[in-house]
Design a protein around this ligand. Structure first.
Ligand code: ASP
Length: 521
């Protein structure tokens, strides 16, 4: 008994000493290091509490808009940076590598995007088929309205058209979108009157024909800017000294934008808090939600969780043999910003900061992989589109055969590539998936009530997918990066005046400083 007491006493003393050893500086250092993460997490918690506390006051639409104003400001600030950030990072990222290295890296990124998107679609389909949230009746859903139809072929062609914007200035504000018009056509038909006079008569008839006409919608044509910036960066990278002023310019622009991001990040927690509480105040009463819609919401959450917590971390671990959850911890601010803004392109500046500062991913990778990922790689959206399409089929009591399920998989993948990284863009591209298998497009309105919420979750999954992709591509490209570093080192030794090492230089310093923080699993 005496010994146990002594043991406890010794242990208590040790713990006490340890606590005493924690100086004020240690605590300060901890809070300083994790300040952003702590603020951001606190913002979400306070936002949720504030939102629910204000709900009983039944604010008017106008009051909610005023209340969410600080959140709206955050959205605007982030969106302000997206365009210069996307262009400058892609150009400098591409210019830093020779065409062979960027070709290899590009290949890896594309293989990763395709693999994870297809896995996401498959998970969505399996989960919705197993849980079967749709019960074959539409009675419990809210009133429907008309949705504008678009043919899958035109949507696909629009995707390719948008890759090549004829006017770069317009591409910063508008995208191409096929609209439909009517045209009167005169058709000459043969009337065989042979019974009476053995001659063929012709008759002119007029009919209306629906024709595709060029149209535009507002919004940055990110795809066009990505294609242009990649080609431009590649070219100036190959231009050696001649391309140097342009490389200097875009590198400096990129650095300046990242410094602006660092300032905005201090405001982000406040903005996120108001975005979240504003949305909670505004949302419809969840208890009034019908059983099918509730089951649908749960199904989407399960699907996204499997992808985000099992597949993506599993893939990261399988390839890099590093602990994926340490990597994900470094992304907390970006993930919460995605949750708050429901826009992966508005989150892009924060994603950059998290990957480069917290996870120490090579800038040559982030600058290249992240803008492309934020534009075309949307695992959460792909999963959701396939799942929602089958849910709508279930509600309509339609059985999907294998061919239709394969069609849904392909169109959901294409729709996720075509969806812009803005709030609820996935809902718009859903039309393509539904038309491809002959489902009523107006039924999209059945799921609108919960889409604002699911959009936040799928955006978070999208951002996670892009970030893990950057980590994986960095790991797979380490040889090319090292080779380039050596090459750059040689250049620096031989020709001291050439400032080629714009990106590598910074990375060299950082790489030298950097101990690999991730522990082995
Ligand atoms: N809001 C999503 C994003 O920005 C796109 C979607 O609606 O699925 O990634």
């Amino acid at each position: 008994m005496q010994r146990i007491r002594e043991g406890i006493h010794i242990r208590t003393m040790k713990a006490k000493r340890k606590v005493e050893d924690i100086s004020k500086e240690d605590v300060q250092a901890f809070f300083k290091k994790h300040a952003f993460v702590l603020f951001t997490v606190a913002a979400v918690i306070v936002g949720i509490i504030l939102g629910f506390a204000l709900r009983p006051y039944k604010m008017t639409y106008r009051e909610v808009k005023y209340f969410s104003f600080p959140g709206e400001l955050l959205m605007r600030m982030l969106q302000m940076l997206v365009l210069p950030l996307l262009v400058s990072s892609l150009i400098t990222g591409m210019a830093a590598l020779d065409s062979k290295a960027s070709g290899k890296m590009g290949m890896r990124a594309v293989v990763y995007y395709m693999t994870t998107t297809i896995i996401a679609v498959i998970i969505g389909i399996i989960v919705v088929l197993i849980i079967h949230p749709g019960k074959g009746s539409k009675d419990e859903f809210m009133k429907q309205s008309k949705i504008e139809d678009i043919s899958p072929a035109d949507a696909f062609l629009d995707l390719i058209r948008n890759m090549f914007p004829p006017n770069m200035v317009q591409a910063c504000t508008q995208q191409f979108k096929t609209k439909y018009g009517k045209r009167i056509v005169h058709v000459t038909v043969m009337v065989n009157d042979s019974v009476f006079n053995l001659t063929n008569l012709t008759e002119q008839i007029t009919r209306e024909e629906v024709i595709p006409i060029p149209g535009t919608v507002n919004g940055v044509n990110a795809l066009g800017l990505v294609v242009f910036s990649m080609c431009f960066g590649l070219i100036i990278g190959n231009m050696k000294e001649q391309g140097q002023p342009l490389r200097d310019f875009f590198d400096s622009l990129n650095e300046a934008i990242m410094r602006l991001v660092a300032i905005i990040m201090w405001y982000a927690p406040i903005g996120i808090m108001f975005l979240i509480s504003g949305k909670i105040v505004e949302m419809d009463d969840i208890t009034e939600m019908g059983g099918q819609l509730a089951m649908y919401t749960i199904t989407v959450i399960i699907g996204l969780s499997i992808h985000a917590f099992i597949i993506l971390p599993g893939l990261y671990f399988a390839i890099t043999r590093l602990n994926p959850f340490i990597f994900i911890m470094g992304l907390v601010e970006a993930l919460i910003t995605a949750l708050g803004t429901s826009s992966s392109s508005a989150t892009l500046p924060i994603t950059f900061k998290c990957l480069e500062v917290n996870n120490k991913v090579d800038k040559r990778i982030t600058r290249f992989v992240l803008p492309v990922g934020a534009t075309i790689n949307m695992d959460g959206t792909a999963l959701y589109e396939a799942l929602a399409a089958i849910f709508i089929a279930q509600v309509n009591n339609m059985d999907m055969n294998l061919g239709q399920i394969i069609t849904i998989s392909i169109t959901a993948t294409a729709a996720s590539i075509g969806a812009a990284g803005i709030p609820q863009a996935g809902l718009v591209t859903m039309v393509i998936v539904l038309t491809s298998v002959g489902l009523p497009t107006d039924d999209i309105t059945l799921i609108i009530a919960v889409d604002w919420f699911l959009d936040r979750l799928r955006t978070t999954t999208n951002v996670l997918g892009d970030s893990i992709g950057a980590g994986i591509v960095e790991f797979l490209s380490r040889q090319e990066l090292q080779a380039k570093d050596v090459e750059m080192g040689n250049i620096v030794l031989e020709e001291r005046k050439k400032p080629y090492q714009l990106i590598s230089q910074e990375n060299d310093h950082e790489n030298a400083k950097r101990p690999k923080t991730e522990s082995k699993m």
